[in-house]
Design a protein around this ligand. Structure first.
Ligand code: SF4
Ligand code: SF4
Length: 195
């Protein structure tokens, strides 16, 4: 999710990595076809330039869905997850030192929701209450952390830090659910497209 310039700008230095960067075995946010079409329209890039498929065996698919139950309908007959392409350890759409190259409206919906969760009142990251410990956990790949979360004193202050509200996050969550359903329909072949 787009964050406050202060926390998101300081995050890579303070925590060692932002949410737009990954360790070798990690993956970035899950995309839907709606996300891909918005990014194509904004950047003029083809999908293959900024996205890639992760192929999931049955065990991996189960583990992924355990952590991301909102995506229960996402996987079609082909067990594949569309995600952002990683280039040199970061999202292909990240400009290091500046942040996401996309405008807010074109950003993948999952990125716009982060670090909030699809379940109201939950976050996609742990809160350690101590940035030193948060960095240690991130470096050990034991957890995901977010500097804005570490610095926030309440959910309300976290919303304010991202310039959003619970209602706006809720609207994005509803949009994500609709886009997942649409993605699933296309994956089942009703309106398939190739890339
Ligand atoms: S992890 Fe949090 S603070 Fe860091 S870049 Fe992402 S949203 Fe911003
Ligand atoms: S699309 Fe933008 S916000 Fe999402 S991971 Fe890539 S750089 Fe970060």
């Amino acid at each position: 999710m787009a964050g406050p310039q202060s926390a998101c700008a300081r995050c890579p230095k303070v925590l060692g990595a932002s949410c737009c960067e990954v360790k070798p075995h990690e993956q970035l946010a899950t995309l839907t076809w709606a996300d891909v079409e918005r990014v194509e329209a904004e950047t003029g890039q083809r999908a293959a330039q900024f996205s890639e498929w992760e192929w999931l065996d049955a065990e991996h698919a189960r583990a992924w869905l355990d952590v991301h139950p909102a995506y229960a309908a996402y996987l079609g007959p082909a067990p594949r997850r569309l995600t952002l392409r990683v280039v040199d350890g970061a999202c292909a759409l990240l400009v290091r030192g500046e942040g996401c190259s996309l405008g807010e409206e074109a950003r993948p919906t999952a990125c716009r929701i982060y670090p909030f969760d699809v379940t109201e009142g939950l976050l996609q990251v742990e809160r350690f209450g101590d940035v030193v410990e948060a960095r240690r956990q991130v470096e050990q790949v034991a957890a995901h952390a977010c500097l804005a979360v570490e610095e926030a004193v309440s959910f309300e202050s976290l919303h304010r830090a991202f310039g959003t509200t619970a209602a706006k996050v809720g609207a994005l969550v509803e949009r994500l659910r609709a886009e997942i359903a649409d993605h699933a329909r296309r994956e089942r072949g009703a309106k398939s497209r190739s890339r």
